[in-house]
Design a protein around this ligand. Structure first.
Ligand SMILES: Nc1ncnc2c1ncn2[C@@H]1O[C@H](COP(=O)(O)OP(=O)(O)OP(=O)(O)O)[C@@H](O)[C@H]1O
Ligand SMILES: [Mg+2]
Length: 452
């Protein structure tokens, strides 16, 4: 759940609890107030009856007098008077009807049982009947409940408004966090140019400044990485020069000695000194054998031939030309873009294509071999495929060689995968290497280096 909603939900829960507590408090206070009002109303009623009864001295018609007293209570809000006549008939005063109706369950909670009092009448009136006063809280409860309702309604409006304002304010306050999240996502995708504005709250200002510092450092590190690549290339160049020097130093003197021995043999041939000729011939063979050893050692140190100088597409063309002269019966189709993805990726692609070609020619007698390299920007992968239409791959017949292992290792080292499987659309094998495309900046950098 988003932080914003989580905060609003917690505060709404606090408001609801406060509202529930306020309602309980209002109920309790209303109950107390009703009780007090009823007691006061009954006491006032009793005083009114007593006063009226006092004035009834000398009255000859007591029943008429009592009826008059009951009639005085007509229109009262809280007290109902009842005259119990000697002949068992009753006369009730009429209460003012309440302005609002209160649900019965609420009335039962807010009002206690009615207060009842039988009035002690003077002897002159007693013969005409008995007078009873009884409270009725409907009017009181209706008024108080109306006030309480308004109060609770206001509280609810206040709480909702507060929540709404809070929701929008939190949205504004949390926007910096959203920007930071977006920035981190860009950094995570390798885009180190991501920066965020310095936000105003002090804590967030520190956070955004820290983020920007981190992004700057990452950019510097990436730059240093590129520089290291450059230096590596220089080191490789120096290695080549060193190899050329070795070739010169280890092979040239031997060539010279062979040359000298050849001249000596010619002279010895004129004098017909056959033992000396045989000895010289042995020396020539010895020198040639040493040359072969030296050349082999030097060749062993050489990198994939001409890849850096020619570029990947041309290097692959050379590979194919090599096989065309040796296996002219095989048709080739090449689809490789003329560009570079940096020495590491180019080197891996070259080695994978070379080994796949070797395997196809060596193990399966194909009539056609297809080589393709494709950039799939949507998935961020570079896909190289070498497809043949030969005998196909037989897992039971695998030789235990190192070619497949080497290809897989190269792909995995670059964060990719390599599969070797039989084709589904016919006989033959398809080797598929999927390597992650170098990032945009890295690619630009590599293209820049390549252009120099
Ligand atoms: N294109 C192919 N068609 C048919 N079989 C293949 C193909 N590529 C590889 N294989 C099979 O896979 C096996 C393993 O290949 P791998 O390249 O690892 O070893 P190798 O070629 O035998 O030896 P090495 O490459 O070490 O000189 C091969 O022996 C062969 O049986
Ligand atoms: Mg092989």
């Amino acid at each position: 759940m988003p932080l914003r909603l989580l905060l609003v939900r917690s505060i709404a829960a606090i408001f609801l609890a406060t509202l529930a507590l306020s309602t309980l408090l209002v109920f309790w206070r209303t109950y107390e107030k009703v009780e007090m009002d009823m007691s006061a109303a009954l006491a006032a009623g009793q005083r009114a009856v007593a006063n009226a009864a006092d004035e009834s001295d000398g009255i000859t018609q007591p029943s008429w007098r009592l009826e008059h007293i009951v009639a005085n209570f007509n229109g009262d809000r809280n007290v109902r008077a009842t005259l119990q006549r000697a002949d068992d008939s009753q006369l009730h005063s009429i209460l003012t009807p309440p302005a609002h109706t209160v649900p019965p369950f609420l009335f039962n909670i807010l009002a206690g049982p009615p207060h009842v009092a039988t009035v002690d009448l003077p002897a002159a009136l007693k013969s005409a009947g008995a007078l009873r006063l009884e409270t009725d809280a409907h009017n009181d409860v209706a008024g108080l409940w109306d006030d309480a309702k308004n109060l609770l309604f206001l509280l609810a409006i206040f709480a909702s408004t507060c929540l709404l304002v809070l929701y929008f304010m939190l949205g504004r306050a949390l926007r910096p966090l959203e920007e930071l999240t977006h920035g981190f996502a860009r950094i995570g995708n390798g885009d180190y140019r991501a920066r965020v504005p310095i936000f105003t709250p002090r804590e967030l200002a520190k956070l955004s400044a820290g983020f920007n510092d981190m992004a700057v450092r990452l950019t510097e590190m990436e730059y240093r990485n590129h520089r290291l690549h450059e230096q590596l290339e220089t080191v490789q160049e120096e290695e080549r020069i060193e190899l050329a020097r070795n070739l010169h130093d280890d092979v040239s003197p031997l060539l010279f000695s062979v040359d000298v021995d050849a001249m000596t043999i010619r002279e010895l041939a004129q004098t017909k000194d056959y033992p000396a000729i045989v000895e010289r011939a042995h020396a020539v063979r010895g020198a040639v054998a040493e040359m072969k050893r030296n050349v082999k050692a030097i060749l062993g140190q050489l990198r994939p031939s001409g890849l850096h100088a020619l570029g990947l597409a041309s290097a692959i063309d050379n590979l194919v030309s090599y096989w065309k002269t040796r296996r002219p019966e095989i048709a080739y189709k090449i689809n490789t873009p003329d560009r570079t993805w940096g020495p590491r990726v180019d080197g891996a692609l070259y080695s994978i294509v070379r080994e796949s070609l070797n395997n196809a020619v060596k193990h399966s007698r194909p009539s056609r071999i297809e080589i393709s390299i494709e950039e799939l920007y949507a998935s961020g992968f570079l896909v190289a495929r070498v497809t043949d239409d030969g005998a196909g791959f037989d897992a039971n017949n695998a030789s235990g060689g190192f070619g497949l292992i080497g290809m897989k290792e190269r792909a995995v080292l670059l964060g990719g995968t390599l599969t070797v499987e039989n084709r589904r659309d016919g006989p033959g094998v398809v080797v598929t290497a999927r390597l992650p495309l170098p990032g945009e900046e890295e690619a630009e950098f590599v293209q820049g280096i390549a252009a120099q």
